[in-house]
Design a protein around this ligand. Sequence first.
Ligand SMILES: [Zn+2]
Ligand SMILES: [Zn+2]
Length: 407
Amino acid sequence: MVKETGYYDLLGVRPGASLDEIKRAYRRLALRYHPDKNPSEGERFKQISQAYEVLSDAHKRALYDRGGERAMKEGGLGGRGGGSGFGSPMDIFDLFFGGGVRMRGRADRRGKTVVHQLSVSLEDLYNGSTRKLSLQKNIICRKCGGCGVREGAQRRCPKCHGSGMEVRIHQLGPSMIQQIQTVCSQCQGQGEWIRPRDCCLTCNGRKVVREKKILSVHLDKGMKDGQKITFHEEGDQVPGLEPGDIIIVLDQKEHPVFRRSGDDLIVRREISLADALCGCRQVIRTLDNRTLLVSSPPGDVIRPGDLKCIPNEGMPVYRSPFQKGKLILQFEVKFPEPGWLPTDRLRQLQGFFPPQEEVMATEDTEEVELSDYTAHGGPGRRPNTGEAYHEDDFEDGMRQHVQCQTS
Ligand SMILES: [Zn+2]
Ligand SMILES: [Zn+2]
């Protein structure tokens, strides 16, 4: 009964399929072969759209069922619009995915997301700031509105009337014809062909122009290294697509004084042994240029590597900037050089410390002196082993014992 099944085959449905079945088939295929997702399948997308356009319309479908594709060309589609042929696949797609459903398809219809890195200082992140970022992006030509042609000029390809396809009919015999459908040689299947003299002078027919764009990047107090700031729909504009996003990723430069750890700031301080024992005062210049005079409580002893902190002098908490982390001081103690005090004065100094435990030499002790140890090239050590004692230094029994412990 049905003359040709080509359109049904394209959608993968039976000739007797219901409208619902046809819609379902189109939705599935149109999303799969949409040029955004599948740029090499533009022709397939067009064919699917044409098949759907015919089969979803009861009148066109009846015409197609009776006379096949040829009947469509002759009386069905061509007759009405003065040879206009099929509608644009994109229009069919938009019409189909219009409204609520289209929101789901939105991600498939968007331009590329562009990622930029922005170098920021710790001061920027402490105080907050606004940075200007200059970049180049494509915007839709304002002169032609993104169509690429001069006002009033013809866009549709004259050869294929915008379908992107050419159909050649060969008479094979008195009652036999052969139709060959090929991609339009004039427009390469685009359906659009613009005479060089009709091109928009502003964009030279490219539909978009390159423009310098200044983005104001607002850095909130407490933002972190690696944090992303998204500028929605600020990516390259492409006709027919929603622009993608621009994503700015913060890259914090190393600070000469402070190191950040979450909301805390760490500062390394070297103090003298006297300060470590007797108490010390430190001046710290904050990231917002205040001066803090920090003193340790009298009687406190600071040991090498000790951590002390000042509450609420760290980084501001992101989105809660009145709250701050801790400022942590990491102390290194600088010891005096050998021979810094004459021996007699040392004995005096000793008087301030708790008495030492008396160690007496007896007949069976040998007196030895300590010398400086260096890891590399010292007597009896192998260079570059990274260990104070090489394995061979231990007796077998000792080694076994060590292995037992570690296993
Ligand atoms: Zn233009
Ligand atoms: Zn063409």
